[in-house]
Design a protein around this ligand. Structure first.
Ligand SMILES: [Zn+2]
Length: 293
């Protein structure tokens, strides 16, 4: 096990404290964010051991694993999710028209189901047994648990990780497997929150996408660039996820206990998207990496 005080990206032993963040999902425990002084990677500290991580995941409010939205906020999220699915499809089809897709961390498979309806062959990996079962029924395709998943040599045209990498204790080992499972020239698509976005700067330690301690790692463009070199993959570009700016800003305004959280979140989300058009630092970024031929 790597030391808590070593950067897993570059191996540097000097980490500086950024600030304290509370677990707003319920435990109210405080965690530190620490930044590597060499490569700017940020990590959550202390990092819960694998066995303890589960208890920080709330059972019912984890929307992507929920089939039936309950609160008003969930219901809005559910509607937005439809538009979001279309947006994801369009973005993927910029690189690959049709083919074989693996979604790593596929939840209950709404994205896989949608891609399948649009002519893609699909498979998935999912940690939650309940979610995996729903995904498997929905797509009639293989949905593995992370432990079951072994390298599928040169099989997929596209592998996606939608807000998954930041949850994985052993993310580099997972990427190794995924890279080997991509066809030569295949695309790895990694979506993660971006703490260089306007909404992150605005909300500071109340920014919902810090999401400690279940977000173990906090990436940025420089870090992914460095990792892509290490993984021997080509960094093609980043794409914004405009819906996330609203979702994250609204949750952040709730973390601030702001009474007008909806309007405030909508406004900051709008500003964040507007600024990202210029500086390309959207609330969440999709990194497009390509495996060599
Ligand atoms: Zn580092």
């Amino acid at each position: 096990m790597r030391s808590e005080n070593q950067c897993p990206v570059c191996g540097n032993n000097h980490l500086e404290k950024v600030f304290k963040v509370l677990d707003f999902r319920g435990s109210d425990e405080a965690f530190d964010l620490k930044r590597c002084t060499a490569c700017s990677f940020i990590l959550t500290s202390p990092r819960p051991q694998d066995a303890e991580l589960g208890r920080y995941y709330p059972k019912s409010s984890y929307v992507s694993h929920n089939e039936r939205p309950t609160g008003v906020f969930d219901r809005i999220y559910f509607q937005v999710q439809k538009a979001n699915l279309r947006d994801k499809l369009n973005k993927i089809q910029l690189y690959s028209k049709k083919g074989f897709l693996l979604d790593y961390g596929c939840g209950s498979g709404s994205f896989l189901g949608f891609m399948q309806q649009n002519g893609w062959m699909v498979e998935g990996v999912e940690l939650s047994k309940e979610a995996a079962e729903i995904a498997s029924k929905r797509t009639n395709s293989s949905i593995w648990s992370p432990d079951e998943f072994v390298i599928q040599p040169n099989k997929y045209d596209v592998i996606s990780l939608w807000h998954v990498l930041e949850h994985l204790p052993d993310f580099e080992r997972v990427i190794d497997k995924l890279k080997a499972s991509l066809k030569p020239g295949g695309i790895l698509l990694i979506a993660v929150p971006n703490h260089k976005s306007y909404d992150a700067q605005f909300f500071g330690n109340k920014w919902a996408a810090w999401d400690v301690p279940i977000h173990l790692w906090h990436f940025n463009k420089e870090v992914i660039n460095r990792l892509a070199k290490k993984w021997k993959m080509q960094f093609l570009e980043t794409l914004p996820m405009p819906f996330d700016a609203f979702y994250v800003s609204m949750l952040s305004a709730q973390n601030q206990k702001s009474k007008g959280w909806f309007l405030k979140g909508a406004w900051i989300g709008l500003l964040s998207n507007f600024k990202a058009k210029r500086n390309k630092e959207a609330s969440s970024l999709i990194y497009i990496l390509k495996k060599g031929n």
